[in-house]
Design a protein. Structure first.
Length: 151
């Protein structure tokens, strides 16, 4: 859900935070429209993402929705970093070379469990799709570590 030149201005950060809090309190899944191609070919501009709220079951390879500068972003979870304070997430779009800044857990809305394209829903929480996601994230993490070692 990246910015595009045709998009209206993003919601203010307090509005997004209030919306995220409201969604999380309902305990339900919600759907949002996706804009941009940073997750192409898995997620495409115009798809609809169904988000399951909460962080309890997040794993490497999951596609997550998080808040960044007043927008919701849908990217892949590469690594969970535990340390002092809340966990932080290394997140990256599949179709971009750079990594997102590490994201605190409090900014993550939840996991994308399904995508709708051309009126048809496709589940991302099947064993096969989670295995593919884990593989993509593991390869991405290995590249990240190699770049760090040889810089």
């Amino acid at each position: 859900m990246d910015s595009t030149s045709n998009r209206p201005s993003p919601l203010s950060e307090p509005v997004i935070e209030a919306l995220i809090d409201f969604w999380a309190q309902t305990g339900r899944e919600h759907e949002v429209d996706v804009r941009g191609n940073s997750m192409w070919p898995l997620v495409r501009d115009g798809d609809k993402a169904r988000i399951a709220h909460g962080l309890g079951k997040l794993k490497r390879g999951d596609v997550v929705a998080y808040q960044r500068n007043g927008e919701l972003v849908v990217h892949r979870l590469i690594r969970i970093v535990h340390g002092a304070g809340e966990p932080r997430f290394l997140i990256k779009g599949d179709n971009v070379s750079g990594y997102d800044p590490t994201v605190p857990a409090s900014r993550v809305l939840g996991r994308v469990v399904a995508l709708q394209r051309s009126g048809k829903w496709r589940r991302l929480d099947t064993l096969l799709m989670r295995a593919i996601g884990w593989t993509v994230a593991t390869i991405t993490l290995a590249k990240f570590m190699l770049q760090w070692l040889f810089r």
